[in-house]
Write a protein that binds this ligand. Structure first.
Ligand code: ZN
Length: 342
């Protein structure tokens, strides 16, 4: 039922009908404590501001994000990661209708646009950092490398990749190639996936030039931590953890905690799985690295009361995309009692 309502909301996004529906849905909200809604953002930026980075990772424009945060500040207690950890341990209770705002990948635009908007409103933020990136501005995410190669590369005779030939003559060709190759990257073992991206980049005729830097350096991250932003592990190199072996998964998680402890002085035992990817082996790796709560990309809200240890390593989030208006977001934050099942 709520899927239909969400679709209806998306189709009238921004209109008065969406606001009226959101207000009506609020009657069904779950007001019990210890139910946490977790929002996921990636980049908050203007399309075109960083033309070599993949624009699909933009969750909101700065203006759209500010409007969403104003809605949150008016209607929800926005809690800190430490509050969620304390509630998961049973040491404290979260207020009713609690929301945690999270950012994956520690992108440069967080400091430019997202954090200033949150700081103005006194809202806490959590940033999941892939900790091999702040040291190395040349290191780039595979989705930015693939985007940069396909949109900015030169392929006069087309591209042979992923078992097919791609003409790459126009926008639609590039989008089709990206979608197909991106699906392959997520399905292959990690090393083979990175080989595929390397081959596309090598064929692009860009003389080894990659996309511009996307991730903040340690000095910027330390400044944010000093201002109260919670920085938590997002692995070191951002592999899909279910596509690497158990030992590598644990090294990625433990290494990310160690990097944060060394560079920032604090490493909360909370993890966001890269791209949400996890399986039973990933959960075991997270547990043995000392992680207490971990976030997936599965959609939904979380009731922390009575949640067992494996459940705390499979928390759900609500992904925010660029078409989401404050009214749509308001409706998506409704914690339907039935959504606690499963
Ligand atoms: Zn990520």
């Amino acid at each position: 039922m709520h899927r239909l309502i969400k679709d209806a909301l998306a189709s009238v996004a921004g209109g008065g009908a969406a606001r009226a529906l959101a207000a009506a849905l609020a009657c069904f909200d779950d007001d019990r404590p210890n139910v946490v809604r977790v929002l996921t953002y990636h980049r908050v930026d203007r399309p075109g501001a960083r033309p070599t980075l993949n624009p699909r990772l933009i969750s909101a424009t700065p203006e759209g994000f500010a409007a969403q945060m104003a809605m949150l500040a008016a209607r929800h207690p926005v809690v800190a990661l430490a509050d969620v950890l304390a509630a998961a341990r049973g040491a404290a209770a979260l207020p009713a209708r609690a929301v945690l705002v999270t950012f994956d990948d520690a992108c440069l635009d967080f400091a430019e646009h997202a954090w200033p908007a949150m700081r103005r409103l006194g809202l806490p933020a959590t940033v999941f950092v892939p900790t091999a990136y702040p040291d190395d501005p040349r290191r780039a995410f595979w989705w930015d490398r693939l985007y940069h190669a396909l949109w900015h590369g030169r392929f006069p005779g087309g591209l042979d990749a992923g078992g097919r030939r791609w003409p790459l003559a126009g926008e639609d060709d590039r989008r089709r190639a990206y979608d197909h190759l991106g699906r392959q990257v997520k399905a292959l073992p990690h090393a083979a996936a990175m080989d595929l991206v390397d081959r596309v980049c090598a064929a692009a005729g860009l003389d080894g030039q990659g996309p511009e830097p996307a991730v903040m350096g340690w000095p910027a991250l330390r400044s944010l931590a000093a201002e109260g932003v919670a920085l938590a592990p997002h692995t070191r190199t951002h592999p899909l953890l279910q596509r690497v072996g158990a030992a590598e998964a644990e090294a990625e998680i433990a290494g990310s905690l160690a990097d944060l402890a060394r560079e920032v002085g604090a490493a909360p035992p909370a993890l966001a799985y890269p791209d949400g990817g996890h399986d039973a082996g990933t959960l075991a790796a997270a547990r043995s690295a000392g992680i207490e709560v971990a976030f997936t990309t599965r959609s939904g809200v979380n009731r922390l009361d009575g949640l067992d240890a494996p459940g705390r390593l499979r928390l759900r989030r609500i992904n925010v995309g660029r078409r989401v208006t404050p009214a749509v977001l308001r409706a998506r934050l409704v914690a339907w009692p039935l959504r606690h099942a499963g």
